[in-house]
Design a protein around this ligand. Sequence first.
Ligand SMILES: C[S@@+](CC[C@H](N)C(=O)[O-])C[C@H]1O[C@@H](n2cnc3c(N)ncnc32)[C@H](O)[C@@H]1O
Length: 276
Amino acid sequence: VTEPLTGVSRTALWVAYLRAQESEAPEPLFHDPYARRFLEAAPGWPPAVDADGAVAAAGNAFAWQTAVRTRFFDEALLAVAHGGCRQIVLLAAGLDTRAFRLEWPAGTRLFEVDMSTVVDFKEAVLARHGATPRCHRVVVPADLRDAWPQRLAEAGFDAGDRAAWLMEGLLVYLTAPEAARLLTDVTAAAAPGSHLFVEHGGIDPRAIDPNVWLVPAVREVVNLWRGGLGERTPGWLAERGWRVRTHDLDVVAAAYQRPAPVAVIGGFATAVRTEG
Ligand SMILES: C[S@@+](CC[C@H](N)C(=O)[O-])C[C@H]1O[C@@H](n2cnc3c(N)ncnc32)[C@H](O)[C@@H]1O
C-alpha cells in the first residue's frame, strides 16, 4: 500500500497515531487494534518531531484530547444504537475503526464518508489484516463540500429513518460557510429523532506555548484549520430544530479520571432532531 494521503486527509494519520499511543498505554480509554497498522502502512509515519519540553507537553495535550473525545463518541454512539437507532453515519470517518471495534446491536448499518484517497488507503490496510466489521458497513467516497447526500442515498442510507451523525475532527477544517452548508445538508437528511454528535472548541490555543506552533509538523496541521462555526455550533443547531446539550471537555475528561492537562474551551455537543 502506498500512502497517498495529502493535505487535510493526512490529519487522519495523526489521529491514528494518537489512537495507537492510547491503545498501547496502561488502562486505555479504548483499544483500537488497527491504528498502529495504518501507520505501518504509511511510509515515514509518524514523522520525526523534535519534542523538547514545550512540544512534548503540547503533544500530550493533543493526545489527551483525542483519547477523551474518542471515548466520549464511542459511548454516545453505542448508547443511541442500543436505544434503537439503526443507522450510523461517520462524516469524515478518516481511519476511524468503530465499525470493527465496537459491539453494535444486530441490524446496525454504519456509513463512512470521506475522500476517496482516504477510503482506498483504509480499505487496503483493513483487507490486508482481514478486519471484519461488527455491523453492516458501507464506505462512501465523497467530498463533504459537494453532493455527498446523493452519494449517501445511493449507498443505501434511508433518510426516512433516524440516524446518528458523527462529525469528529471535521468542522475545524471547513470555513464557516462550508460548515454551515454541511450542517444544513445533515439537517435536511436527518429524520426526527436523529442524533448528532460534534465538537465545539477544544484545547485553548492560548494555553499552548507559542513556540510549538512554529514546529513544522504542527504548522502543517494548524495551517489547515479554518475554524468551522467554532463555539457557535450548538447555538446554530438549536436554531434549526435540534435539541442540544453541551458537555464540557474538562468535565467529561475528569469523569474518565483524565483531568485536563491544559485550559480548554467548550467540548462536545449532542443533539436530537425534533422537527421534520
Ligand atoms: C482529523 S481527521 C478525523 C478523522 C475521523 N473523524 C477520526 O476522528 O478518526 C479529518 C478527516 O476529515 C476528512 N475531510 C476533511 N475535509 C473533508 C471533505 N471536504 N470531504 C470529506 N472528508 C473530509 C479528511 O480526509 C480526514 O480523514
